[in-house]
Write a protein that binds this ligand. Structure first.
Ligand code: AGP
Length: 613
């Protein structure tokens, strides 16, 4: 979704905005623009395409001044073009807006405004906002009150920033519903707004997260946070622990490659402070889980989207096996409309890297409405999915910038493993020895991750043989069946090669007809309880001239003899094996996409956080 950056202070806003947008480019990028107040006039520069086009435009036609605001767009209404790029000016050119979200009643508002003689300059819904504000201002309201009236009229979910040439000492912003975050950065004699932390991390680590139906008025000296109906609030000020380097690529070619290689540390971080190896215990204090609640849980729904949903599918195996609680994984966009069977003994567990995915937040609201206990596993601190939950587990992996999620897939696998152990201990399904054994296995994981990633060069060679394939199948069983889905999604979303994840046992019921020498088959066959079944699967594929690439455990001679290529992993406790089996598949997709010269960090049509339905 769209990226927003705004600044008010003594410095020139232009470089601050452009650098901030660069760090948000992963959120959405089919056009970009910025506006600054220069010599009492709002100057705008906008262009279609990548942010680099805007940077070049500003180099050729410089603007400087403050306050200012900028925007990278992932189009919803109005084709990607300079004309539809944000910021959008009012008719007089004295008011300007950038916006994330959808004005759901924009047709009605547009008709009203046209009837009043307003000429629209774009095809966007956003433009209705700035014309409404100007209309209210013409009626005598100042920017804050004109904005407030406007926020109360528009329907849908929004992140909005406004400024006026007639009131150069302030910027007004608002968050309404779930259209992505609005983060306010507190500086010394200057203040910032961004849709995500990395955009302002180099300037400040002190931030305020606007909640839904809140607005803020920023001046150089301070911030006033209010409800939309004008009640002043005392918001919590958070200090971001991440360092600015965390939001940089470093020596890696892409953020995705960096984040793949961060996973050993990310898992160490997600374990930090939660594992008592000496006593074989797990502590998840932010989950607010009491023994009484643990014992009365009758069902857990895990709800999420995309990669996060596949992480939840692994969590199902772990929680059912260890804590013996029935778990159902329901894709968030389905859960919210499925009239789910929920009561006070139901838990709805949402998994979300961004914590702002519209479908996932809506699924949480559905669970809340029906009386469930809401939990969430989230990476982005201060995000909505963390705030609205009764208890949450922070992935603690640091910012994930690449659109294709990697460390925010493996971290929640470990988080759910810890959750399962805690639930099992509180419900008595795990005795002390069993608990200690499971906790001890966690000690192995960071090293196993590191050893697997060291095999990148072997995986790069396999990628070279597959990079021109027209499609492929990913097959897995049991706890590694979700890894088939996740491996296929990685391949689809960054290399644009069609890939299909399938429960291996299902192949003989139809899809096996697809297998021939041109349809490679990735078989996830580690030493887990389903290995024998996977060996039979490899035999079936080979019998049909299929090219088999197997994920196998070091030393597995039977698989070595049968498969055409092996992606080796070290011996791993089977309940944690998905954390390891996914790694070669992440690297395989990455190297195929990189060898195909594709835009790995910003795949076409995708955005990092899908904050619209
Ligand atoms: C993962 O590689 C994809 N980018 C996508 O499926 C993502 O996992 C999904 O949109 C959910 O995002 P979230 O974790 O931020 O909610």
């Amino acid at each position: 979704m769209c990226g927003i950056v705004a600044y008010i202070g003594p410095r020139d806003a232009t470089p601050i905005i452009l650098n901030g947008l660069k760090r948000l480019e992963y959120r959405g990028y089919d056009s970009a623009g910025l506006a600054v107040l220069q010599n009492g006039k709002i100057e705008v520069r906008r262009d279609a395409g990548k942010l680099a086009n805007l940077v070049e435009l500003v180099r050729q036609q410089p603007i400087s001044g403050a306050p200012g605001m900028g925007h990278t767009r992932w189009a919803t209404h109005g084709a990607p073009s300079a004309r539809n790029a944000h910021p959008h000016l009012s008719a007089s050119g004295r008011v300007v807006v950038v916006h994330n979200g959808i004005v759901e009643n924009f047709l009605e508002l547009k008709a009203e405004l046209i009837a009043r003689g307003i000429h629209f300059q774009s095809d966007t819904d956003t433009e209705t906002i700035v014309h409404l504000v100007e209309g209210y201002a013409a009626g005598g309201l100042n920017l804050t009150e004109a904005a407030r009236k406007t926020f109360q009229r528009i329907e849908g979910a929004h992140g909005i920033v406004l400024m006026s040439a007639d009131e150069p000492d302030k910027i007004v912003c608002a968050r309404i519903g779930n259209a992505g975050g609005v983060v306010i950065g507190l500086g010394e004699g200057e203040n910032f707004i961004a849709s995500d932390i990395p955009a302002i991390l180099e300037h400040t680590r002190r931030v305020i997260f606007l909640e839904s139906h809140q607005m803020a008025i920023l001046t150089r000296e301070g911030i006033s946070v209010q409800t939309l109906d004008g009640k002043t609030l005392q918001p919590q000020i958070h200090t971001v622990a991440w360092d600015p380097i965390a939001a940089e690529k470093g020596e890696f070619r892409h953020f995705m490659q960096k984040e793949i290689h961060e996973q050993a540390r990310a898992i160490t971080d997600t374990l930090a402070g939660r594992v008592d190896f000496e006593n074989g215990k797990i502590r998840l204090p932010e989950l607010n889980l009491t023994g009484q609640l643990a014992r009365r849980i009758e069902r857990i729904y895990i709800t999420a989207c995309g990669t996060a949903a596949y992480a939840g599918m692994v969590g199902k195996y772990l929680i059912e096996k260890i804590a013996r609680i029935p778990v159902e994984v329901v894709i968030a966009s389905e859960f919210r409309y499925s009239d789910p069977i929920v009561n006070e003994n139901t838990v709805v567990l949402a998994i979300s890297q961004s914590g702002e995915t519209a479908d996932t937040l809506a699924a949480m609201e559905e669970g809340r409405k029906k009386g469930a206990t809401l939990w969430s596993i989230v990476n982005a601190i201060g995000s909505q999915a963390m705030r609205v939950a009764d208890g949450s587990i922070s992935m603690q992996t640091g910012p994930e910038i690449g659109v294709a999620s990697t460390k925010a897939f493996t971290a929640p696998l470990v988080d759910q493993y810890m959750l399962a152990i805690l639930l099992g201990e509180l419900r008595g399904t795990l005795d002390e020895a069993a608990c200690r054994a499971l906790v001890n296995d966690l000690r192995l994981i960071p090293d196993l991750v590191g050893r697997t990633l060291k095999r990148e060069d072997e995986i790069k060679k396999v990628a070279l043989t597959l990079k021109d394939m027209r499609g492929c199948l990913y097959l897995g069983r049991g706890i590694n069946m979700p890894i088939a889905y996740e491996g296929a999604l990685k391949m689809k979303e960054i290399s644009y090669i069609h890939a299909e994840g399938y429960p291996a046992g299902e192949m003989k019921h139809g899809p096996i007809a697809l297998i021939d020498k041109d349809m490679p088959v990735l078989c996830i066959a580690p030493q887990d309880p389903w290995r024998e079944k996977m060996i039979s699967q490899i035999q079936q594929a080979k019998a049909r001239d299929g090219v088999v690439i197997a994920v196998a455990t070091d030393g597995d001679e039977r698989v070595r003899e049968m498969a055409d290529h092996i992606l080796w992993i070290p011996k791993t406790p089977w309940m944690l094996s998905p954390v390891i089996t996914v790694l070669p598949l992440q690297l395989l997709a990455y190297h195929i996409a990189a060898q195909r010269g594709l835009d790995v960090d910003q795949p076409r049509n995708l955005a990092k956080s899908v904050t619209v339905e």
